[in-house]
Design a protein around this ligand. Sequence first.
Ligand code: AMP
Length: 189
Amino acid sequence: MLIIGPPGSGKGTQAERISERLGVVAISTGDIFRANVKGETPLGIEAKKYMDAGDFVPDSVTNNMVRDRLSQSDVENGFLLDGYPRTTAQVDYLDQILAEGEQELDVVLQLTADDEELVARLLGRAKETGRSDDNETVIRHRLDLYHEQTEAVVAKYAERGILTQVDGIGGIDEVTDRVLTAIESAKAV
Ligand code: AMP
């Protein structure tokens, strides 16, 4: 499965909940990058400059990282990718990895929310977590990139008939209920 959504849509939170409920491992590229930044690894040092500016980390770094992660044994019974792919080039790369492993995506879930709601949420989160990419200029840039690049990813999966959209506005539990219902009905198709 994939979970796709604009910054601030709660995809990380929902991904963790789906992972617990369905017993599939959740893999967040943003979390992997942040762990590397914290550990000051070469990957983290490289990624940080892009993340702080709200830019995408280059595919040369991101794709290999995802390939490595998906080669680990805990993904054998399925996985939920959060935050990847974000560009159509990443879709092509993921297609290759999956084809090599004779795997297929079952469901692509998109969380939707209005931009102004997202900016307000993210500014709130900035106060709580102090994430270095949660200031208004960077937030708006991340949203622009989502519209410019990631919506094309969503369109690709819609064409393939595996896209399910869920309204991300509401309480966390309410959205989780919607998400789980949407996954159940998507799997039943
Ligand atoms: P997230 O936690 O998903 O919002 O990701 C935080 C940041 O990590 C993004 O703003 C990007 O700088 C970087 N990042 C995460 N996933 C990707 C990806 N698939 N491609 C490029 N950069 C990414």
